[in-house]
Design a protein around this ligand. Sequence first.
Ligand code: IPE
Ligand code: IPE
Ligand code: MG
Length: 245
Amino acid sequence: MNFKQKINPKALPQHVAIIMDGNGRWAKGFGKLRIFGHQNGVTAVREALEGCIEIGVPYLTLYAFSSENWNRPKFEVNALMELLVDTLTKETKTFLENDIRLNAIGNIADLPENCKTKLKDTIALTKNNNKCILTLALSYGSRREIIDATKSIAKQVIAGKLNIDDIDENLFGNSLYTAGMPDPDLMIRTSGEQRISNYLLYQMAYTEFCFLKKMWPEFKRDDLFEAIYNYQQRERRYGKTSEQL
Ligand code: IPE
Ligand code: IPE
Ligand code: MG
């Protein structure tokens, strides 16, 4: 089926978040090292990003490295960091040509120096781009993000700059790393796992979930289109009844 043609352009998700999972298992299936899966995962990143550009999804957020992923073998962590630098170097041209702005969320300070520099430079180079905001969640953990937000709000209260009664969902949301971004409308996770692994816990209160069996390196833009089409068939009730909508 041609899902792209069936998508209603007037009801696109404004923000798609993806948990790119299954690289290691995919590689093992070919008798290769896990890192081979990560390398091939980059092709799938391009598919997802080009798919968003093609139909006009303005926010794409990719879970690239979780705070818990630091506990993986050092060899794998180093390889992932190198892959990040390599990929950003290679893709800068694409970002500039396609009006893509790079953004990063997470505990960026913990990344190796060369990653931080590359990220900072690419973010600066693309800062005026507007068609699609590509956010990479790196060294990202949602519980830590919520705690960081709580601390920054508490500090403002102690300093007398903020009244406790002014703390509401809007202020809290704007104290998260994702300040200014709409909440994800659709979250896609590959690899068959059905969990959110410390990803955007606060932001996904009303997100629609799509779990795919295929591994991340196998993800194609048609998978994105199919997920968006399926998303559009759902009724988002936000606690109301169907009749009220
Ligand atoms: C996702 O694939 C990529 C990262 C977490 C960096 P995995 O590396 O988790 O692959 P599996 O889930 O072990 O197959
Ligand atoms: C989640 O995948 C993190 C990323 C995709 C970057 P994991 O493979 O780390 O998640 P778990 O450990 O299976 O929950
Ligand atoms: Mg995994």
